[in-house]
Design a protein around this ligand. Structure first.
Ligand SMILES: Nc1ncnc2c1ncn2[C@@H]1O[C@H](COP(=O)(O)OP(=O)(O)OP(=O)(O)O)[C@@H](O)[C@H]1O
Length: 306
């Protein structure tokens, strides 16, 4: 059975008259990777910082491992390991020193820390820069250092704000895989990200946040099940009159700037749809098309259209 690790009830936060976290209630469990997605300014970072105790809440409660951290924010900073949205200041400090300094602050023993930081730098393929100081590191390497500083003590609650930004595709995969290892060992991992492809590929669950509220709470495996019956069709039109035959159908969306018509079809309509598309292609009514299984990006677009 899944173990509850973070229980949030009716959490609120406003800056002046602007409500940023609006009566949020949600539970997180051990062993899961949960992504927070949503537009810029939706309130994702603020919510994350309410969990790690760096932003105070106006009302509501957050319990982490049974500890009320809204009234004891210092305990949150002990219980939660955080990777901030912005680069950590490590000017004049090498990658190795930065990681080990955090490990020592978190109470790790020197021998255990040496082993863990070496393993982590090897895993993330950053060991060759271990003696390079912060100001000489690329943006991606600084993100990887910040990531390593966050996970060096194998924490049980980890929150990360856009951790893979600036990181190359190879090392992004390594970061997600490392988080999966931690989750498989019982950690709760909560990530703010705009990368929907990574969310679908690597998360167990995502929360869609809009105007401070959780608008959707979805198990990624449910989308995967659902998409067996739904195929997303996207067609770039040469002849917009084609649209006249379809615009009355509620499932058809049309982007007039891109001249792109999109809709979803079920398994049993797929062959007929494909024959029609090929006919349109021969008649030069369309420029290109693609058909794919429904993805999280489609879910996100549908939400925006609503
Ligand atoms: N310290 C602050 N003082 C005043 N307003 C703030 C403060 N921090 C955040 N806000 C406002 O709260 C809203 C939510 O900001 P937040 O950073 O949580 O959004 P976000 O979803 O993480 O956005 P992004 O995806 O752009 O990082 C924004 O309108 C922002 O301007």
């Amino acid at each position: 059975m899944k173990k509850e690790t973070i229980i949030v009830k009716n959490l609120k936060k406003a800056y002046g008259t602007k409500i940023v976290t609006d009566d949020v209630s949600v539970t997180f469990y051990s062993g899961e990777i949960v992504s927070l997605v949503g537009h810029n300014g939706a309130g994702k970072t603020t919510f994350l910082n309410q969990l790690n105790g760096t932003v105070s809440s106006d009302s509501g409660t957050v319990y982490i491992h049974g500890v009320d951290i809204t009234n004891h924010p210092n305990r949150a900073r002990e219980l939660v390991s955080s990777m901030p949205q912005f680069q950590v200041p490590i000017k004049g400090v090498t990658i190795k020193e930065a990681i080990e300094c955090i490990g020592l602050l978190k109470g790790m023993k020197k021998s255990e820390l040496n082993k863990s930081s070496k393993q982590l730098m090897d895993y993330l393929a950053i060991e060759k820069w271990q003696s390079t100081t912060g100001e000489k590191l690329s943006g991606g390497l600084q993100r990887l250092t910040s990531f390593a500083m966050t996970v060096v003590d194998t924490p049980s609650i980890i929150v990360l704000d856009e951790p893979t930004n600036d990181v190359d595709p190879f090392r992004r995969t390594l970061m997600w895989r490392y988080l999966r290892i931690l989750a498989n060992n019982g950690a709760t991992v909560i990530i703010v990200t705009h990368n929907l492809f990574e969310v679908e590929r690597y998360s167990d669950r995502y929360l869609m946040i809009d105007r401070g509220k959780i608008q959707k709470d979805v198990n990624v495996s449910d989308i995967k099940k659902e998409r067996h019956i739904l195929h997303q069709v996207s067609i770039l039109l040469a002849d917009e009159s084609l649209l006249d035959n379809y615009s009355h159908q509620t499932s058809v969306r049309y982007d007039k700037f891109e001249k792109r018509m999109s809709f979803s079809v079920e398994d049993n309509q797929l062959q007929r749809t494909l024959s029609l598309i090929l006919e349109w292609l021969r008649e030069d009514k369309i420029i290109s098309y693609d058909i794919k299984l429904k993805s999280l990006s489609d879910d996100y677009e549908e939400y925006i259209d609503e």
